[in-house]
Structure formats: structure tokens, C-alpha cells
Design a protein around this ligand. Structure first.
Ligand code: ADP
Ligand code: ZN
Length: 741
């Protein structure tokens, strides 16, 4: 019970404020409470971050209202928010926005209310008979009501009895039944039935992994995070499920993070089914929930009715108490990084939350990130290995196709090399399935003039427009700009436009032309705009109705298709040539993940990797399934160049619609940073970003590196706070960036 509280407003004012707690609320207001406070002439929502006995502030006003009985956020989550603000160099108000889903923050949506019918007293047969003579339909309804085991929604009762609302109201007037308004949850999975499934008998590697988690649960305060390195199909998910069971047995709760893209009905079903004995046990949080559903799932966790949450990035902030375990599946996934402020990485936040709440962390992946594997090597994490596929399947055979030779053979390099064509032919004859992977949408990646050499660029971004054949238009994949296809080159007026480069649309067209009798489908962001398209296509593919599936990373992750025996990677070089120190790591991971789609059934799989750089290390190591070898050489490269995991990187982007102002501001900022930062931090000269222009803004980068990231972050913030930037210049600080364009 404190006289004052310190609060963070929902609005960014970069300052925390003190308010007085009126006596009536003194018992209830605590750290993490959501409240309404007066600010200037407005009434604003805010979060309590500290309780104070006294306050140095003057003219303190009292809190207006408290929202909810129990604090919305735990004090651990407030501590986590503080850490995030310091580490990621951003205002705590911004962190708060991510900590709570908007629907909870705004506190406008509530539980869905429904009218429930219940009998008031049990009628005798004579009484029903008597009613039947005067009002037969009421009597019919009354006998139905009398048989109810408990209250049920009025709409359900009327639907079952085929009677109407007037009849029900009449029955209520006569005093035979009563209507009550009750809260009920909107269950996003209400239509599905989850059949309880039981635990599988673990193999020896899985058993060892589970024992490690069990030991950690004994000693959560001191046990380091566990890195579960298991090849695709080695049964990691089964280890998670049994680890969660052990966590629940200790009266604790669990968070499971998965990348949004693999949060498929398939994944959710595995968790819901395993804990089906209590239907409310598993809550799901992801971006496709309605506001109402998100409200309900969140409150199920907050009230303690649900004790497991499975969700994407932001589920790391799930309001669970007594947290025992956080699982981060596919820990290497870059989608755990949020690309807007606060620019946090959910795996790293999970580790800090676990430290604060003294709980166990289990990171799982087939291709550990360099950061995590390095942590395991130097003893900060404990490593556990699953080296065998559960089904004893062989790892697929990976064949490299040198596109340079193909080009020599056929003049222009074909989309499908002869070797890949033959391999597809064999699959079609055997009634087996093929996946073709290309990480680029559209038909042609640019429209060039063969006369003057100019490409059609986006007017807002420094990239070429992609030609899409479905709507025969040019479009920008960065800002969505769309333009008609010109007849002649607008630069030189010649009728000499040619299409160059190719994306998934063209692969689909090309494959259909070569194999006219095969059923070919495409799966990418363009073809999957309809809500159910993704599910339908996967279903058709699993049912064997599609022979060849062409797609982007949408098909690379976590899907399990026993009849796929061939995977073709159309161009493995796309990621390799990006100006990004993680390019090699991404290529290695992608090849390994995509290859993992092949041969999960009885027939061994085969993978064809088409590339112009067949000897690049990430391709060669992926080919031999040699993670350790790849890791060693990549680590040496990172150490030589002072990149993570040896040094932290901070990327500052300065942007403006006016090029000169962006460039000038970047220069000024760099100069101030140079004055402020000690020698131990390295500071690169400001330079135009590789993607110089984006959505009409000119962009400049400043790259910083250092080991002591908290200190570096603080110094950057102090420097920024002292510098007045022009209105039309925006500065973004990205700590541990994953996007270097
Ligand atoms: P991963 O998550 O490592 O890719 P999964 O957990 O999805 O692997 O396991 C692949 C398949 O093997 C699943 O169908 C799963 O039910 C099955 N499986 C996992 N562990 C066992 C086990 N111990 N015995 C039998 N089947 C198992
Ligand atoms: Zn654009």
C-alpha cells in the first residue's frame, strides 16, 4: 500500500510521472496495474511501474480509475520492459505497446455475453400436461428445459427445439425458466475436436534431452538455457510436449514460441490434443485472431485457466504466472526479430524473462544460430543433440547443379536444369511428389530496355519493379507501388523492352509447359491472399492431388509430407549475394531446412541445388549435412571481421524525403557519436544504405560495434536526446539488427 505511484503513460512523452493513490484504491493498485490518469486536459491510460512512499514531484494529481481487479502485468514483466528499453535503446512507452496486445491496452473489448436459460424449478408431469392444453409450444419447451443438466445458451436451446424466442419469453413470464447473461469465451478452435493422444516412448537421445530438462526444472534458478540441436524429424516436438507435461506436474506454466509461419493448424493440434483432458489448458496467440478472440485467449492466461500458451513472437510476453518453462522452437528463425520499435528478438527476450522469473529455457532447432551455438560451445548454454531421424529415414542426398555449365550447354540458363527435369519426370512416373523452391515472387524480376539499358524502377524505392503475369502489371515488393506495363521504353522511346530474371510465377508456367499432364500449384504471398487458400493447398498436396508444388519460404518450414521425395532449389544464390554478414548463415539454414522436406516417408529423398557458386562454403557444408564444419569456418569469418557473436552490432538508420537533410543529419549524428564514444566502440562512417531509397525516403546508415552493449546503447540514447533533428528526419536505432538493407 503506497501513497504514490510512478506511471508510464500510453502516450510517448519520454518521461515517467507520479500520481497520488486515493484511499479507495490503495489496497488494489500495484506495480503492473493499468490505470486512468489526468494528463494536461485529457484522461489517459497508463501503467504503474513503481510504488512510492513519497514523491519529489509538485502538483501531484490523483489517479482517476483502476482497470481490472488484478494487476494487468506482473512485476517481472515490468522489470523485463525496463531491460528491453535499456538494451534496445528505445523509450519504455514503446516497449509497453508490445507488452500488451492492443485489445487489452485499450480495454474496450470485453468477454462476449450470452443469454443462458435455466429452469427455475422442476415441473411435475401434471403441470406440463396442464400447460400443454393452453400453450402446447411452451409445454414442449418446458419439458426440454426441465431436462437440462445446467444452464445453456438460449440460442442453442431454441435451435435444438426448433422453437422461437416468443415462446421462451412467455415461459420466462410464467416463471418456469429464467434468463441470465453470462460471459463466454470466443474459442478460435471451437469447431475442431481434439482427440487426446498419449505420450510416445522416447528413444535414447530424446530421453537424454528430456532428462536434461527435468534436471533443469529441479534447479531453474541456476540452470543455463538448453540448446536442443536436432535434425529435422528427430522428434524435438515430442521432447517439448513431455517437458511441458513435467512442468505442469510441478504446478508451473509454459510458453511455447514458434515462428508465425509454422503456427499451422497442424502444430496447434499437436499441443491441444496432448493436453485435451482440460480443454482450456492451451491458449493460442497469433496475428490471425480476431480482437475478441485475442482478448479471450489473453484473459484465459491472465486468470490462470490456461497454463500453456503457444504463439508467435509476442507470446513471449504472455501473462502467465509461476512460469516454469519457455520453449523457443526454430530458435534461429529471423522472424523472431521485430522489425519495428521495440526492435526486440523474442529468443533473447525469452532468455532474459527466464532469468528474471527463474524458469527453464529450451531452444530447439535443426540449424542453430551462430550466436546460440557459440554460447553452447563456451558453456553459457547446455547442448543436447538429436542426431537421428525418428523414422530411421536417411538424410536426403543433396546434388549440386552447376548453372555455369548448364549455361554453356544451353546458351541461356534454363529455369530447370536437365538433371532436375529428369528427376521430376521420374517422380511423376512413380506418383511421388516434388517441391520446387524459389525465394522470389512474380513472373519477371525486371523490365529492361535492350536499347538504353534502363530498368523500370519503383519511383519510391531503389529497386526494379517486378512483372506479375496474373494481373499483367508491374509492382514494387517493398512499397506496393503498381504500374501499367509500358509499350515502349519511357526513357528512350524505343520498342525494345525485354523481361529479365524470373520469380515463382514463371517457374510455375515453365514447369506446367514442360510437364503438361502434371498438376502444378504455386504457394506464395501472391497466390495465398485468400484466407483459407494456405490450408486448402496444403490439404490438397497432402492428399496427393498436386504433383508439383512451387513456392517461396512459405513451403520451406516445418511441413511434413511423406510422399515428397524430391526437392529442387531453383536458385540457391539469391540470399548469398546480399550485403549482409549473415548471408552465408541464412543460405546454409535455408538449404538445410528445405532439404528437410524431402524423404520423410519410406522412400529416401533427393535434393537438387541449382547454383552459380557451387563451391561456396554454405552450399558445400549443407550438402554434406555438416553443421559443425560449417559453424567453424563461419565463426572464424565472424571473428576476423568483428561481427556477432563476437561483437554486438547497432545499426542506426537516418531517413528523410529530402536526401540532403537525411545525409546532413547522418553526418552530424556520426560526428557527435564519435565525440561521445570511447575507443572500445567502433563507429563506421555514415553511408547511403544498400537500399538507398525506400517508400519515398532517402536512407543513410551508421554502423556501430562493441562488446558492452548496454553501455553502447545508453551512450547512443544520450547522444540522440541531445540532438535536435529536423521534423522531417526520422532516426531508427536497431540493436542486434537482422535487416542490413
Ligand atoms: P521435429 O520437431 O524434430 O522435426 P517431430 O517431433 O515433428 O520432429 O517428429 C517427427 C515425427 O516423429 C512425428 O510424426 C512424431 O509424432 C514422431 N515421433 C517423435 N518422437 C517419436 C518417438 N519417440 N517414437 C515414435 N514416433 C515419434
Ligand atoms: Zn517501391
Amino acid at each position: 500500500m503506497s501513497a504514490f505511484v510512478r506511471v508510464v503513460l500510453d502516450r510517448s512523452i519520454r518521461r515517467e510521472l507520479d500520481y497520488a493513490v486515493p484511499d479507495a484504491l490503495a489496497e488494489k493498485v500495484a506495480v503492473g496495474s493499468r490505470i486512468r490518469v489526468p494528463f494536461r486536459d485529457k484522461s489517459l491510460l497508463a501503467t504503474v511501474v513503481a510504488e512510492l512512499d513519497e514523491s519529489p514531484a509538485e502538483g501531484i494529481k490523483p489517479i482517476e480509475a483502476l482497470i481490472g481487479e488484478k494487476p494487468t502485468l506482473s512485476s517481472s514483466l515490468i522489470e523485463l520492459a525496463r531491460w528491453m528499453a535499456n538494451y534496445y535503446c528505445c523509450p519504455i512507452e514503446t516497449v509497453m505497446r508490445s507488452l500488451l496486445p492492443q485489445v487489452i491496452r485499450k480495454a474496450k473489448v470485453s468477454w462476449k455475453k450470452q443469454l443462458f436459460v435455466a429452469p427455475t424449478r422442476q415441473p411435475s408431469p401434471e403441470e406440463i400436461e396442464k400447460l400443454r392444453r393452453r400453450a402446447p409450444r411452451q409445454a414442449e419447451l418446458l419439458s426440454a428445459v426441465a431436462q437440462l443438466p445446467g444452464p445453456i445458451p438460449a440460442t442453442d436451446l431454441l435451435r435444438q427445439t426448433l422453437l422461437d424466442n416468443a415462446t421462451l419469453r412467455a415461459l420466462v413470464r410464467r416463471g418456469w425458466a429464467e434468463l441470465r447473461e453470462q460471459e463466454m469465451a470466443r474459442d478460435p478452435h471451437a469447431a475442431e475436436k481434439f482427440v487426446a493422444d498419449s505420450e510416445l516412448t522416447l528413444n535414447s537421445e530424446q530421453t537424454a534431452a528430456l532428462q536434461l530438462v527435468a534436471a533443469a526444472l529441479e534447479n531453474p534458478a541456476t540452470h543455463p538455457p538448453i540448446l536442443l540441436h536436432g535434425v529435422t524429424g528427430s522428434g524435438k516436438t515430442e521432447v517439448y510436449l513431455q517437458a511441458i507435461r513435467a512442468t505442469l506436474a510441478r504446478g508451473k506454466t509454459a510458453i511455447v514460441l514458434v515462428p508465425e509461419i509454422s503456427l499451422t493448424p497442424q502444430t496447434v493440434e499437436r499441443f491441444k490434443s496432448r493436453f485435451a483432458e482440460q480443454p482450456e489448458m492451451v491458449a493460442v496467440l497469433h496475428s490471425h485472431l480476431s480482437e475478441g478472440e485475442r482478448h479471450d485467449e489473453w484473459h484465459k492466461l491472465h486468470s490462470g485457466n490456461a497454463r500453456i500458451v503457444i504463439g508467435a513472437r509476442s507470446a513471449v510476453f504472455a501473462p502467465l504466472e509461476n512460469l516454469g518453462l519457455i520453449v523457443v522452437d526454430e530458435e534461429h528463425e529471423t522472424s523472431y526479430k521485430q522489425e519495428e520499435a521495440p526492435r526486440y528478438h523474442a529468443r533473447d527476450v525469452a532468455i532474459v524473462r527466464a532469468k528474471i522469473e527463474k524458469c527453464v529455457v529450451l531452444l530447439g532447432t535443426a540449424t542453430p544460430s551462430l550466436e546460440s551455438y557459440h554460447n553452447a560451445e563456451r558453456g553459457k548454454y547446455v547442448l543436447s543433440n538429436l542426431t537421428q531421424r525418428v523414422d530411421q529415414c536417411q538424410m536426403p542426398l543433396i546434388r549440386i547443379v552447376d548453372l555455369r555449365q548448364e549455361r554453356r550447354k544451353e546458351k541461356a540458363a534454363p529455369i530447370l536444369s536437365e538433371k532436375l527435369r529428369n528427376a521430376i519426370e521420374i517422380r511423376l512416373n512413380n506418383k511421388e511428389q516434388t517441391i520446387l523452391f524459389l525465394n522470389r515472387r512474380g513472373f519477371s524480376t525486371s523490365l529492361l530496355c535492350s536499347q538504353c539499358g534502363k530498368a523500370r524502377d519503383c519511383p519510391n524505392c531503389s529497386v526494379a519493379l517486378t512483372f506479375h503475369r496474373t494481373n499483367t502489371r508491374l509492382s514494387c515488393h517493398l512499397c506496393g507501388h503498381s504500374a501499367a506495363v509500358p509499350k515502349r521504353c519511357p526513357e528512350c522511346g524505343e520498342d525494345a523492352l525485354i523481361y529479365a530474371g524470373f520469380g515463382t510465377e514463371k517457374v510455375e508456367a515453365n514447369v506446367s509447359a514442360i510437364f503438361p499432364h502434371a498438376v502444378v500449384r504455386r504457394m506464395d504471398a501472391d497466390s495465398m491472399t485468400r484466407k483459407d487458400a494456405y490450408r486448402e493447398t496444403l490439404h490438397a498436396f497432402r492428399a496427393g492431388k498436386i504433383d508439383i508444388l512451387v513456392g517461396t519460404q512459405m513451403i520451406a518450414k516445418g511441413l511434413h509430407f511423406p510422399n515428397v521425395t524430391l526437392v529442387g532449389i531453383i536458385n540457391a544464390d539469391l540470399a548469398l549475394h546480399l550485403p549482409d554478414f549473415r548471408a552465408g548463415e541464412r543460405t546454409f539454414q535455408l538449404l538445410t531446412q528445405v532439404a528437410g522436406r524431402a524423404g520423410r516417408g519410406e522412400t529416401p529423398g533427393e535434393v537438387f541445388v541449382q547454383t552459380y557458386t557451387p563451391f561456396s562454403p554454405s552450399i558445400q557444408f549443407a550438402r554434406h549435412h555438416d553443421f559443425a564444419g560449417y559453424f567453424q569456418q563461419e565463426l572464424e569469418f565472424r571473428e576476423r571481421c568483428d561481427f556477432p557473436p563476437f561483437k554486438h552490432v547497432v545499426l542506426i538508420t537516418v531517413r528523410s524525403e529530402h536526401e540532403a537533410r537525411a545525409s546532413f543529419s547522418a553526418e552530424t549524428l556520426a560526428r557527435r557519436l564519435k565525440e561521445a564514444l570511447p575507443e572500445e566502440f567502433s563507429l563506421g562512417a555514415p553511408a547511403p544504405a544498400p537500399l538507398e531509397k525506400l517508400q519515398g525516403h532517402y536512407r543513410f546508415h551508421i554502423l556501430l560495434r562493441g562488446a558492452a552493449i548496454m553501455r553502447l546503447s545508453r551512450m547512443i540514447r544520450e547522444t540522440l536526446d541531445k540532438l535536435p533533428f529536423p521534423e522531417d528526419v526520422a532516426v531508427a536505432v536497431d540493436v542486434d539488427p537482422y535487416q542490413l538493407l
